[in-house]
Write a protein that binds this ligand. Structure first.
Ligand code: FEO
Length: 398
């Protein structure tokens, strides 16, 4: 049965929550699920904003039919063609033969790639600044390439000042009743997943997000409707400030992130002692992750949060522990910048992991990589503790 939410007069959420999918994009764990947001705006011309993931099945069509209540669907606006929003485009176009599909030229090419040319004659390509009059409401289209694919656009409804922001300002986490961020304790319950969503999905495209934020800065926004997570009608500046920081790779905290890999516990012991000593040295905000246990999407998110990152890993096959190597490549792929790295290694006969970690992070833009590498052979011993203190002192005061 339909499950529709009224967002405001004439605007309805016709989306769905997904608590079955284990990994977003079949890669990133989403223990709190995710929502696929789709909206209908009713006016003289009725508009559906985006479709959704195939998993929503018939519910999506029951939602649309319930809101339209026999009225025609005049437009389907497609902001983004990634299948978590676009899987039902062909079904919508078949179910509503009068509907015109509105999207960018790039999106129309992708839609043909996914679905063929069956409804090409009903597609309307729009450019930056094009408008669509719906009656009382009026849409202006704003291109947002690479937030998160090249075809992306957002729509601004000028009468009620609603920004339909595509993936931007989205978050992991299924909706659980409340629909607006101001009805939740977003900072406590959602921010970590919002950061993990942003950094893992869009983190690579900070420059392009900055371009969108600059365009949005010229708009008065009373309601923000993203494709994932809650809608925003209050305190938008809070979330926009987070996006400013994340997209400029500006740390939110002067704290320390410790990421370690360990095979038998000796490197782990070193990482734990580092955490204790760094805290005793005055750093109050720390996060410690074991790569063998936690998915690296959490560490990528915290690498965007904290200004200092300590990497601790054993040598493996005369090289670097592969979990650490994967994490660093994933981090480098997000173009992380403006961080201070420190490196600690372990190796029983020929420590080599530090050199490899260093070679990867030294390629990162505007980052400082402290010398020397802190090295243990097999296990940390008490006579190394004063060297550790010196190493920490340099790290936290750099
Ligand atoms: Fe939520 Fe890039 O799709």
């Amino acid at each position: 049965m339909y499950n529709v939410r009224k967002i405001k007069e004439n605007l309805y959420w016709v989306g769905a929550n997904d608590r079955n999918l284990a990994n977003f994009e079949r890669i990133i764990p989403i223990p709190r699920g995710v929502s696929y947001n789709s909206y209908i705006l009713l006016d003289e011309k009725n508009v559906l904003f985006d479709t959704m993931d195939a998993s929503a099945g018939d519910l999506f069509f029951e939602n649309i039919a319930h809101v339209l209540n026999g009225k025609p669907l005049d437009y389907l606006v497609v902001h983004h063609v990634e299948p978590d929003h676009a899987s039902n485009i062909h079904r919508v176009m078949e179910a509503y033969p009068e509907a015109v599909l509105v999207c960018t030229a790039k999106a129309s090419q992708m839609i043909k790639q996914f679905f063929g040319n069956g409804f090409e004659s009903r597609m309307m390509a729009v450019k930056e600044g094009d408008t669509l009059l719906l009656g009382k409401h009026n849409l202006t289209f704003v291109l947002a390439p690479m937030v998160h694919w090249p075809e992306v656009m957002v729509s601004y409804e000028t009468t009620e000042k609603i920004l339909f922001s595509a993936d931007a300002f989205g978050t992991f986490g299924a909706l659980y009743g409340p629909m607006f961020a101001d009805e939740m304790n977003f900072d406590r319950d959602w921010l970590d997943d919002a950061r993990r969503y942003y950094t893992n999905i869009v983190g690579k495209y900070g420059t392009q997000v900055q371009m969108l934020l600059n365009k949005a800065a010229g708009l008065e926004i009373s309601l923000l409707c993203p494709l994932h997570g809650p809608m925003w009608r209050e305190n938008l500046g809070y979330f926009i400030d987070k996006y400013q920081k994340w997209s400029t790779y500006t740390p939110e905290s002067e704290g320390v992130l410790i990421v370690y890999a360990s095979m038998y516990g000796h490197t782990e012991n070193m990482a734990e002692i580092f955490a204790s000593k760094i805290n005793e040295a005055g750093v109050k905000e720390l996060a410690v992750y074991n790569l063998s246990h936690t998915d690296c999407s959490y560490m990528i998110a915290d690498a965007f949060k904290y200004s200092r990152i300590l990497l601790v890993a054993p040598t493996y096959n005369n090289g670097l522990n592969p979990l650490m190597e994967n994490f660093l490549h994933e981090l480098a792929a997000r173009f992380i910048q403006k961080r201070t790295f420190a490196i600690a290694e372990n190796g029983t006969w020929m420590p080599a992991s530090g050199k490899i970690m260093r070679s990867i992070v030294e390629e990162m833009k505007n980052c400082t990589v402290l010398e020397p590498t802190f090295t243990i052979k097999s296990a940390l011993h008490p006579e190394q503790l004063s060297d550790m203190d010196t190493f920490i002192n340099q790290f936290i005061h750099n």
